[in-house]
Design a protein around this ligand. Structure first.
Ligand code: NDP
Ligand code: MG
Length: 385
């Protein structure tokens, strides 16, 4: 079913703003908007899209917003419960979760409980809680459509395949980020500004740093395991510098199917909203004759350890991925604040991932506990350095 009424969580961020551009172009109405604390942007969005409800997770910012939009019909809520109410807004048929980080987990679970279609950009939710999220979605008959460009590509390459039986492997492409080709020695003293210079994509700061460490590709490997029910051993990472092929699948008969397009997130956002239909795009056309080359490289696993940390975490299962995710969220934040070095992100993430308790299954509360514990460990180990 094509989306008609949207609830957009994380509306002030990179994916949130592009989701609203898509809504504007496709003529979808917006029933709910939420963010963390960006009052200026969400106020403008409320005045343009007239949602029934809006929420800011930060209580003080929500108080300010309430005063600013008192002349509108939008109800303003606050805190995590407010964001979850946006996910549950009865007039919305589709929830776009574009929150950054594990903060997106409860709103995703709320949206599933309410039977909404979910367009998921918030990969951390699947990384930390994949078993819970996909299990609950299956029980409720809820579709989770990928917004992440690689997963949108894989989803498209799998259309028409009868089952995963003949799927030999998924080839997850990676741009390689700003530090492609560098040695660990050369990465010792890189700055936050260096890490924020992504060659192909303009994104929020957390994911841009994740791309520089290649943790992003590790998170995406775990995301693919849950979205497509494949074993981690069937997912291969391939560096493709141009970000034109967004990922590929290879079948048992050695046929390889790829999805290509310009690196523009509005393409996968729109597809998640119009699936199974396709409509004209806001974005430019891919002119293959103008591309002189498409290049491919094996990733450098010694320099960019985070990919293997994530592969190890999902192979061990249980709460290992949740520990890896939250340790990385904390270390990524501390790097951006100038508190630790670039290489410390991967080292701390690996060390803390290894300390996850061994469990078979978990609840949302267990993930919250894992989140707290992993962050505390990162802070403790970072102090000792
Ligand atoms: P941004 O940092 O640009 O935006 C994050 C959004 O989440 C903002 O609206 C922010 O609000 C909100 N937010 C932050 N913390 C909380 C919280 N605790 N509770 C509620 N809302 C919160 O991130 P991106 O748009 O880049 O990324 C969003 C997600 O999409 C991430 O999971 C990322 O991995 C994924 N993704 C992003 C891509 C991209 O191109 N940007 C590509 C593929 C996936 P505020 O502005 O008020 O802080
Ligand atoms: Mg991606």
């Amino acid at each position: 079913m094509t989306a008609k009424n949207l609830s957009i969580l994380g509306s002030t961020g990179s994916i949130g703003v592009q989701s609203l551009e898509t809504a504007r172009k496709c003529g979808y109405s917006v029933s709910a908007l939420s963010a963390y604390s960006n009052v200026d942007i969400i106020e403008k969005q409320i005045r343009e899209f007239h949602p029934k409800v809006a929420a800011l997770a930060d209580e003080n910012a929500a108080k300010d917003l309430k005063l600013r939009v008192a002349d509108t019909d939008t109800k303003v809520l606050s805190g995590l419960s407010g964001v979850c109410e946006c996910a549950a807004e009865p007039t919305a048929d589709t929830v776009i979760n574009a929150v950054v980080g594990i903060a997106g987990l409860r709103p995703t679970l709320t949206a599933i409980d309410c039977g909404k279609k979910i367009a998921l950009a918030n990969k951390e939710t699947l990384v930390a809680g994949g078993q819970l999220v996909t299990g609950t979605a299956r029980e409720k008959g809820v579709d989770i459509l990928p917004v992440d460009s690689e997963h949108s590509a894989i989803f498209q390459c799998l259309q028409g395949a009868p089952s995963n039986r003949a799927l030999k492997k998924i080839i997850l492409t990676a741009s390689g980020g700003p530090f492609f080709g560098k040695t660990r020695d050369e990465l010792k003293n890189v700055t936050v500004a260096d890490a924020l210079k992504h060659p192909n994509w303009s994104m929020g700061q957390k994911i841009t740093v994740d791309s520089a460490t290649m943790m992003n590709k590790g998170l995406e490997l775990i995301e693919a395991v849950w979205l497509f029910s494949v074993a981690p051993s069937k997912i291969e990472i391939l560096v493709h510098r141009e970000s034109i092929i967004h990922s590929m699948v290879e079948y048992d008969d050695n046929a390889v199917i790829a999805q290509l397009g310009l690196p523009d997130m509005k393409i996968p956002i729109q597809y998640a909203l119009t699936y199974p239909e396709r409509i004209e795009s806001l974005t430019g056309e891919l002119d293959l004759a103008k591309l002189t080359t498409l290049t491919f490289y094996k990733p450098d696993h010694d320099t960019f350890r985070c990919m293997d940390v994530c592969r190890d975490a999902i192979t061990r299962g249980g709460l290992y991925p949740a520990f890896a995710n939250s340790a990385n969220e904390q270390a990524n934040l501390m790097f951006r604040r100038g508190e630790i070095g670039f290489l410390d992100i991967g080292e701390l993430t690996e060390r803390v991932m290894n300390e996850a308790p061994k469990v078979q299954s978990y609840t949302a509360d267990d993930i919250d506990d894992a989140d707290r514990c992993a962050r505390e460990l990162v802070i403790k180990y970072a102090k000792k350095r």
